[in-house]
Design a protein around this ligand. Structure first.
Ligand code: ZN
Length: 214
C-alpha cells in the first residue's frame, strides 16, 4: 500500500525534471531567435537574389518555425526521463502519474479501481471527476486564453503606436508562440478538443505577431 507522502515525493521528483527542461527549452528558443535575428537580413537578401521575391517573403516565417522544436524537444526529453519516477499502480501496473491528485483523493487506482493508498478517501471517484472537470474548465478559460489575449493587447499597442515596441519587438509574437506551444502540447497530451479554440486563437495571434515583427 502506498502513502500520500510517497505519491507527493514522486510528483516532486518529476517536477524537478520538468522545470529545468522547460527553462532549457525557453532559453534555447531565445538563443535561436538571437541567432536568426543576426543572420536574417543577409539570408533574406541572398534568397531574394537567388530564388526571387516569394521565397524571400516566406523565408522569415520558415525560419521562425524551428523555434517550436527548440522549445518542445527538452519537454519531450523530460517527459521520457520523468518516467523513472512514474506512479505505478501496484495492483495492475498502470502508469497513474497524470492522475496523482485523483489517486490521493480517491485512494484508488483509476484503472483497476482497487484501493492502493493508505487512509480514508477524501472524495469518491464520481465526485472527484465532477470537481476536476469544473477546475479544468476554469484552467482552460483563464489560463490558455491569457496568451492570445496578451499577444493581441501588445499588437493593439503596436498598431496604435508603431514605435512603442521598438526596443523589444520580439514581444509581438512571443505570447502567441508560448500560447501555441502550450495549447498544442496540452492537446497533444490529452487529445481534448476543448483546447482547439485556444490553439487556433494563439496560432492566429502568432501569425499576426510575426507579420508585425518582420
Ligand atoms: Zn490499478
Amino acid at each position: 500500500m502506498l502513502t500520500t507522502a510517497d505519491i507527493k515525493d514522486l510528483s516532486t521528483k518529476r517536477v524537478w525534471i520538468l522545470v529545468p527542461a522547460i527553462t532549457v527549452g525557453v532559453v534555447a528558443m531565445f538563443a535561436y531567435f538571437v541567432a536568426v535575428a543576426l543572420c536574417r537580413d543577409s539570408l533574406v537578401n541572398s534568397a531574394r537574389q537567388n530564388f526571387g521575391e516569394t521565397v524571400a517573403d516566406f523565408l522569415p516565417l520558415a525560419m521562425i518555425l524551428p523555434s517550436l522544436g527548440f522549445f518542445l524537444a527538452p519537454l519531450v526529453w523530460a517527459e521520457r526521463k520523468s518516467k523513472r519516477y512514474a506512479l505505478i499502480c501496484p495492483e495492475c501496473t498502470t502508469d497513474l502519474s497524470r492522475s496523482t491528485r485523483r489517486v490521493i483523493a480517491t485512494r484508488c487506482c483509476g484503472s483497476c479501481g482497487k484501493q492502493i493508498v493508505e487512509g480514508r478517501r477524501i472524495h469518491g471517484p464520481m465526485a472527484f471527476e465532477r470537481l476536476s472537470r469544473v477546475e479544468q474548465r476554469r484552467l482552460l478559460v483563464y489560463w490558455f486564453w491569457a496568451w492570445p489575449t496578451l499577444g493581441l493587447l501588445l499588437l493593439g499597442y503596436h498598431w496604435i503606436d508603431p514605435t512603442a515596441l521598438n526596443n523589444c519587438p520580439q514581444m509581438l509574437f512571443i505570447p502567441g508562440l508560448i500560447g501555441t506551444a502550450a495549447t498544442g502540447w496540452a492537446f497533444a497530451r490529452s487529445m481534448d478538443k476543448r483546447y482547439i479554440p485556444q490553439f487556433i486563437a494563439s496560432a492566429m495571434v502568432l501569425c499576426l505577431g510575426i507579420n508585425a515583427f518582420w
